[in-house]
Design a protein around this ligand. Structure first.
Ligand code: NAI
Length: 341
């Protein structure tokens, strides 16, 4: 079988450590992948002077698929000036029109959390909302951020969510919004969600206001299924969801467009533990599993998932964030040991 060419962006902070572990496991599982390493983030600034070089974008366009480690983004202002470069993550999503961010949030039986059987999918619109980057200082001390909603983007994310629900045997889609306050922007989103829902009568559709949704998820996430929402709400609720299944170290994600897909962990570059070799590679590994499934490489995807579950069941094999003492590479070796069990 011919190997698949995949762009690898190791990313910043813990990115190189967890990428190495994931590559090692994929190779051991027999996934025939030819990695094409490219740079983005701090490495790219050092090498090319920009955080997202054209060479990287072209490589992803040509391959169609990338696995990406976390990339750091500076926060806010410093001496009144915007700090650092614009988020590479947001730029990538916008440049490649990766309009759907898919975050499956499934309980891992061996990880003890408040709820068992969490099985949610957050589908987040990835290209507009308050992430449009349109911020303006009206006058000193007064700034504004523009929230953008278009019929095109709201409709295609709803179509994606319903198609996803049908393809994965799911029964219910919940539209999450704040249309009681943002009557125009979230109002438009709801109109689009409802129009698409009408074309999918076999899937139950309902709506929740974002704040009430956050509380409902904390009280009992188990009745929910697929959740569709605009950018910021999706960002926040998917982290909340990661908390429900045991933390950021366990939550995968996929950014999907019509011509390219970029798979990455939900978590960031974890500068507090970078370089120590103790990061948990599970979220990036689960993202890589989603990538293998996207490429129809079901056999290695299944082997890895099963070995991972059995590894996490052994407390001493876990990384520190899950109460163990294994290093990133020791954890990866434990997974590899169980691939053939
Ligand atoms: P973070 O997710 O990097 O870290 C939050 C906490 O979780 C830290 O205590 C960290 O040590 C821990 N953590 C995260 N991933 C872990 C892992 N794999 N194993 C063990 N512990 C882990 O969030 P933070 O600190 O807010 O952001 C750091 C940087 O990452 C920022 O520059 C931010 O912009 C960027 N970021 C990038 C993302 C991406 O590339 N998609 C997503 C989120 C943040």
């Amino acid at each position: 079988m011919e190997s698949k060419k995949i762009v690898l962006l190791e990313g910043d902070g813990i990115g190189p450590e967890i990428s190495e572990a994931v590559r090692y496991i994929l190779e051991a599982a027999g996934a025939r992948i030819e990695w094409l390493p490219c740079v983005a983030g701090e490495n790219a600034v050092r090498e090319f002077g920009v955080p997202l070089p054209q060479e990287t974008l072209t490589a992803i366009r040509e391959c169609g698929v990338a696995l990406k480690g976390p990339i750091a983004t500076a926060v806010g202002l410093e001496n009144g000036q915007v700090k650092g470069f614009r988020s590479v993550n947001v730029q990538l999503r916008q440049e490649l029109d990766l309009f759907a961010n898919v975050r499956p949030l499934r309980s891992i039986p061996e990880i003890k959390t408040r709820y068992e059987n969490v099985d949610l999918v957050v589908i987040r619109e990835n290209t507009e909302g308050l992430y449009s980057g349109l911020e303006l200082e009206v006058t000193p001390g007064v700034v504004t951020s523009l929230k953008v909603a278009t019929k095109k983007a709201c409709t295609r994310i709803a179509e994606f969510a319903f198609a996803y629900a049908e393809k994965h045997g799911r029964r219910r889609v919940t539209g999450v919004h704040k249309a009681n306050i943002m009557k125009l922007s979230d109002g438009l989103a709801l109109e689009c969600y409802r129009a698409v829902a009408n074309q999918h009568p076999a899937i139950q559709y309902d709506e929740r206001i974002i704040d009430a949704m956050a509380m409902a998820l904390v009280l009992d996430p188990t009745p929910f299924d697929v959740l569709v929402m605009e950018n910021l709400y999706g960002d926040i609720l998917s982290d909340l969801g990661a908390g429900l299944i045991g933390g950021l170290g366990l939550a995968p994600s996929a950014n999907i467009g019509f011509t390219a897909a970029v798979f990455e962990a939900v978590h960031g570059s974890a500068p507090d533990i970078a370089g120590k070799g103790i990061a948990n590679p599970t979220a990036l590994l689960l993202s890589a599993v989603e990538m293998l499934r996207h490429l129809s490489l079901e056999e290695p995807a299944q082997r890895i998932t099963s070995a991972l579950t059995r590894t996490i069941a052994v407390e001493s094999a876990r990384t520190k964030d899950l109460g163990g003492s294994a290093s990133t590479m020791q954890f990866a070796q434990e997974v590899v040991k169980r691939l053939d069990e």
